[in-house]
Design a protein around this ligand. Sequence first.
Ligand SMILES: [Zn+2]
Length: 353
Amino acid sequence: MIAGLAVGWAVLVLLLRLGWRAFWAGILALWVAGMLASGLLPPDHPFHRQVGSDWRAWALPLLLVAAALVYRAGLARLKSRIPAPQTTEFPKGPFTPEELTRYARHILLREVGGPGQRRLKEARVLVVGAGGLGSPAILYLAAAGVGHLTVIDDDRVEPSNLQRQVIHRTGDVGSPKAESAARAVTALNPFVTVSALAERLTAERAAELFPHHDLILDGTDTFATRELVNAAAVAARRPLIAGAIAQWEGQVTLYDPARGGPCLTCLFPEAPAPGLAPTCAEAGVIAPLPGVLGSIMALEAVKVLTGAGEPLRGRMLLWDGLYADTRIIATERRADCPVCGSAQALDEPFAKP
Ligand SMILES: [Zn+2]
């Protein structure tokens, strides 16, 4: 009869879609009823033919099931106490809880972690040019948490810039690019301080500014400015990440003769003949190209500042957007380079552990 009741209950549960929890609750109730009937009814009660006369026969399976459930719950509890295999090192001291949340995905990375994020926060980076390459580079440096950014550019935002210089908005047309870029930085990350210099970079100004920065990024598009930036970076012994783009192609490298690798003049001793290296204004440029190369510049900057991975020191990355082709070429320092030939190489790497 008890078995019949159990089957009937199962059918009812299926028909009414009551679920497993209700099914087992019913079975438990039937089981307890059987146990009580076998133990409590008078010895001569006819119901004993249905349920037997030994309540312990009912109690034993119940005890076994209860023991198994207790064991399983205990195991789950022990497992939850074992710490996760990857322990995250949170930086103490200079970070607010908001910053820890903001940089959480960086702090998870083995190559960055708390110490790397701290180096980014303590870093001062100068970006020459808030144009096509400068736009994504500045935005990503700000988002990544580089503590201080200096942006120098003497241009004003023009309508024809907006096709690729994504740091500027339509409403910024007419503003100095350095100031428009600084507004974007502050809007993106209020934990970054930014200096906007709406002026042309001269050799004197570079000699003044570069020693107060850890790293220089150059996204300008005239050879004269690139030479000026290179000479000042070599003199200040600061690493220089330089990018260049035209039409569908671009290149990025790290000039850092103080720590090995060549400078710009080692690779390009002379200015290209007029017309051989046209600017974007002369030859055109596809919109996402500066986004790709400028982002790579920002990535290289994070690597140099944190000491992660292998930066492009002594290597140049060439990117051909039209054929989706990427190449790396080795570059060498020239002993007779007029700019870095007399510079002594430093022993220590840029980022100290
Ligand atoms: Zn050189």
